[in-house]
Structure formats: C-alpha cells, structure tokens
Ligand binder design. Structure first.
Ligand SMILES: [Zn+2]
Length: 301
C-alpha cells in the first residue's frame, strides 16, 4: 500500500504508509504537505449460505476406486467440513448405449423392410435412395440420439457430511451434450441459483479456463491454468510423474489473482483451494468450491 499526497503547487507524491498523518516539506516549492491517512481496507463480505463455506482454505481429498466420485472437504487442520459426490452412472450409461443400439437396430429393420416394399413396386428412384440413406445414416443418428436421451446428467451435490442427510449446494449440469463447452448452474439448498460455471473446450488446447458468472450474467471470476508454457507441456507430456500437475489461478474480472487451486506435493490426491489472497471475500466461497470440484472432476488429470 502507498499513500498519495498532493501539494498546493501541484506536485504529487507517492509515499510509504509510515508517512501517514505527518507533514512533509514539498521538494518542489518547500510548502508543507499534509500526508493523509491510508484508506481503510474494504470490509470483509459476509459469506452467504452455510457457515461451513466461510473459510479461505479447503482441502479436497478424493476417494479413488469408488463407484461415485467422492470427496471429503477438510479445513486446514484436516477436520472434515463438507462432503461432495458426483455420480458416475456407469450401469445406467451402459443401459443407455444398449437402448440406443436397440433403437438403431429397429430403425435399420423398419427401413430395410420399407426399402424392399418400395423396390418391389418399382417406384421412384429418389425415394429409394432416400430410404437407403436413412436406413444406414439414420440408424447411426438414432443410436446417438436415443443413447443421449437415456443417459443422465451428472450433477454434483455438496453435503454437510458423509451421511448425506443435508444438502448445502448443488452443481447442476445444464445440458446432457454440449459441443463447444459445458455449463453448470450452482444452486443453494432452496434451489435458488447462486452462479453459473462455464467451460469452453477451445481453451483446452492452450490454457484450460472456467468462467463463473453471477445469476444476472455478470462475470465474477475465472479459473485458468497458471502458465501457457506449462499448459502446453502438460498437453504433450501428461502430468510427467506428477511434476506437471495442473494448477489453476482464480482471478477476478480485472485479472487480479484472488485464489489458487493446487495439488499439495506432500499429500497424495489432495488438492488445496486457497483463497487467502482474497481476505475481503470478493468471491463467494460456495462458487470457489464449486469451481474447485469441477476443476478436478471435470478435468482428467
Ligand atoms: Zn509544492
């Protein structure tokens, strides 16, 4: 921090905090210049939602080899404060694909029979071509569409604890399939939207990035990979025995760094969401945690 003082002659000074409240002689005209007190720091914003979110450090510990992606979220002492689950729906998705294949097979048979009937009555050549085309390409289309329709959205739920008795936050996948990105609505226990997380796949090539918007559409913060060079190395070398594990910076709308999401080197499979660079809580910790969970479950790393 520094303090600005201006002399009556127009000379401006940028002074250290220790000069606050003193009077200095102007170097230009010699007149006394009163150095004002530094502006008070902005007040700490109250944390909305459950008090469990009112903290700066979250340790995310993934339980591997589970049917669902599970996390225990702990405070800096390692005491559990939240519990996160994201179902995988492995069996359901296998059934969805089987359902899609079945529907595609039905399409193949029906249009095969129709083609035969039209051919026998020696009708229009154009109609025959269309039927043949739909029988083959259309069947593929039906497989894809029906599989997607039967698959389930993968919502993330944040509970108070492992008993899963009390939901504190939901991260809802907005669409089953999105070609250029993915988006999620974060809601409180009453279902009221708190914010929106958006990822664009195009950024994956160089530097992975997530955007967080307020329910009204205003950009609140972004989470992006820490460095372009490391990002590119990661694309080619993978994690390189853990040395190139992805780290993300959480930045305000003006690009100022407010937090980090890192793998803690000393602990296996433990990620740290560190918001200590945002002591006045410009970022709602519920949204910061939501991004942290998506950075891990949404990124294969
Ligand atoms: Zn002066």
């Amino acid at each position: 921090m520094s303090i600005n003082a201006v002399c009556a002659c127009g000379a401006a000074y940028n002074l250290k905090d220790e000069y606050a409240g003193t009077t200095l002689a102007c170097a230009k005209c010699g007149a006394p210049v009163a150095v004002p007190q530094p502006p008070p720091p902005p007040p700490v914003r109250p944390q909305a939602g459950d008090p469990a979110f009112a903290r700066d450090l979250f340790l995310l510990n993934q339980q591997h080899l589970a049917i669902r992606e599970k996390y225990t979220v702990a405070d800096e002492e390692g005491a559990p404060v939240l519990y996160v689950e994201r179902p995988r729906y492995i069996l359901l998705n296998v059934l969805a694909i089987l359902g899609g294949l079945f529907a595609g097979g039905v399409n193949l048979i029906i249009f095969g029979v129709l083609y035969g009937l039209v051919q026998m009555s020696a009708l229009d050549q154009v109609l025959l071509t269309l039927l043949a085309l739909w029988q083959k390409l259309g069947s593929l289309f039906v497989v894809v569409v029906v599989s997607m329709a039967l698959s389930k959205k993968r919502h993330v739920t944040v509970y108070r604890d492992e008993s899963r008795g009390e939901v504190l936050l939901s991260i809802l996948q907005e669409y089953k399939v999105q070609l250029l990105g993915s988006s999620f609505t974060v809601t409180d226990p009453q279902g009221v939207p708190v914010g929106r997380l958006v990822k664009k796949y195009l950024h994956n090539i160089f530097r992975k990035r997530w955007y967080c918007f307020a329910p009204g559409g205003e950009l609140l913060f972004t989470a992006r990979e820490d460095s372009v060079i490391l990002s590119i190395l990661r694309r080619f070398l993978g994690s390189f025995f853990g040395l190139l594990r992805t780290n993300f910076l959480i930045c305000g709308p003006l690009g100022n760094v407010l937090g980090e999401f890192n793998r803690r080197m000393t602990l296996l499979d433990r990620y740290v969401l560190d918001m200590t660079q945002d002591p006045t809580r410009q970022i709602d910790r519920r949204l910061a945690l939501a991004v942290g969970v998506m950075l891990d479950t949404g990124e294969k790393r």
